[in-house]
Design a protein around this ligand. Structure first.
Ligand code: GUN
Ligand code: FE
Length: 423
């Protein structure tokens, strides 16, 4: 059923730090599209079937703007290593296993199911080098009801024997990936140079050309780790900053997803704003592989577009509510380091970053906007410790800190119910 009324306690974040709350409200949906959210159901919608979640929270679902799908099986491994050692010891060998399509089917079905049950309905992800496994990933995401962008990873240098492409293979397989993924409706291809050290200048040039020719967005990593930044400087002595190594090849434009940006200078951050680049903050990963503490408050105050990512498996948790609390903890650590001068991220801001900030990447409006297809989760708080009459903002705060899949009674994605018994 896609034309119905949703009833419950609604909390959305149309702006960072501003909530829109309706206790006991009614949301009317026509073919999965939000018509409006009302404190009292208007006459014209009476008679429609009601999905009655009275007493439960109805929140925006999550957007995970960066994760590595083939790193899911290695979740929680290699956490004593720093980025570059971790890539060689864990990431590359684990990703290489996805040359086997049966293994890919099994693992990607599991990942897709786990993400949707945790309330992630939108995602932007890296796959592995393998075109066939990448197409399998897209198929499994669509089946589970997840919308988003998936990239076949490109690497023609500095990887590992058996898990690296020639420049020619990388180019022809990227084109095959783009053309074969035209059959998917909810998951689209995105151009994915892994990061500058993984891609020769010729490959970067070709990828820039392909992105332009097919009109595709780009995703990559930027200014994550100090050793990595030094390495990029040696590889591109003609560029004074890391972002220029992408920009030089047309890989730093509108809606480019640049992941991490922990160490970005003022000039690099300005370039992101001028090019409408999305900076993805992955707090769990940044601390796990000892990269640094992302300056989220500075980025927001400067007006840089920031959203959140789990970055599994550098991040060891795909629950986006816990990525939100990770972002809050990182900003508090920065406050402590600043001698208690810097302010820290509020829960309402973190909720915005994990929902609306990512949703707008997909063309959605802010919060629960009329005209958007519904992306929402229903939270059953009955397993939380009892604490009398809380405000809707306090209930949101608790949900952000405490919930996991056992509290998620229903998930709606792209206007359809994909978890929970349907209306
Ligand atoms: N930089 C290049 N590849 C990776 C990766 O797989 N994870 C993280 N965190 N950073 C990267
Ligand atoms: Fe990553």
């Amino acid at each position: 059923m896609k034309t119905f009324v949703l009833h419950g306690d609604f909390v959305s974040a149309p702006e960072p730090g501003r909530l829109e709350t309706v206790r006991g409200g009614y949301m009317a949906l026509e073919n999965g599209v939000i018509q409006g959210l009302f404190p009292v159901l208007p006459e014209r919608y009476r008679g429609l079937p009601v999905a009655d979640y009275s007493g439960k929270l109805i929140l925006q679902s999550f957007a995970d703007m960066h994760l590595h799908a083939p790193q899911y099986p290695m979740l929680g491994l290699g956490m004593d290593l720093q980025l570059l050692e971790w890539l060689h010891a864990y990431a590359f060998p684990n990703e290489a296993k996805f040359r086997d399509p049966d293994y890919a089917r099994l693992e990607y079905a599991r990942l897709s199911r786990d993400l949707i049950r945790a309330g992630t309905t939108r995602a932007v992800m890296f796959s592995s080098l393998h075109t066939d496994a990448t197409l399998i990933l897209m198929e499994e995401l669509e089946k589970a009801g997840i919308t988003g962008y998936v990239g076949k990873v490109n690497m023609d240098r500095n990887a590992t024997p058996g898990y690296q492409e020639t420049t020619e293979e990388s180019v022809s397989e990227t084109i095959r990936f783009i053309e074969e993924s035209a059959r998917f409706r909810k998951v689209r291809p995105i151009i994915t140079p892994r990061f500058t050290p993984s891609c020769s200048d010729r490959l970067m040039e070709e990828l820039g050309r392909i992105a332009k020719e097919y009109g595709l967005y780009v995703q990559s990593h930027l200014s994550e780790n100090l050793q990595e930044i030094e390495w990029v400087r040696e590889l591109h002595p003609d560029c004074s900053e890391y972002w220029e190594t992408y920009d030089k090849y047309g890989l730093f434009g509108d809606h480019t997803v640049m992941v991490h940006c922990i160490w970005s200078s003022e000039r690099e951050r300005r370039a992101m704003r001028e090019h409408n680049v999305l900076a993805v903050h992955c707090p769990d990963s940044n601390v796990n592989v000892c990269s640094g503490l992302f300056p989220v408050i500075r980025m927001l105050d400067e007006g840089t577009w920031v959203a959140l990512g789990s970055d599994i498996a550098g991040g060891a948790d795909y629950h986006m509510n816990r990525v939100m609390t990770g972002a809050i903890r990182t900003s508090k650590a920065r406050r402590i380091q600043s001698g208690w001068k810097d302010r820290f991220l509020q829960v309402t801001e973190a909720y915005y970053l994990g929902t609306t900030a990512g949703a707008t990447y997909f063309g959605a409006g802010k919060g629960f906007s009329a005209g958007d297809r519904l992306h929402a989760i229903v939270v059953d708080e009955s397993s939380f410790p009892e604490n009398g009459n809380l405000s809707l903002q306090e209930r949101l705060e608790r949900a952000v800190y405490l919930m996991d899949e056992k509290n998620i009674a229903a998930v709606f994605s792209d206007g359809e119910q994909v978890v929970g018994s349907s209306v």
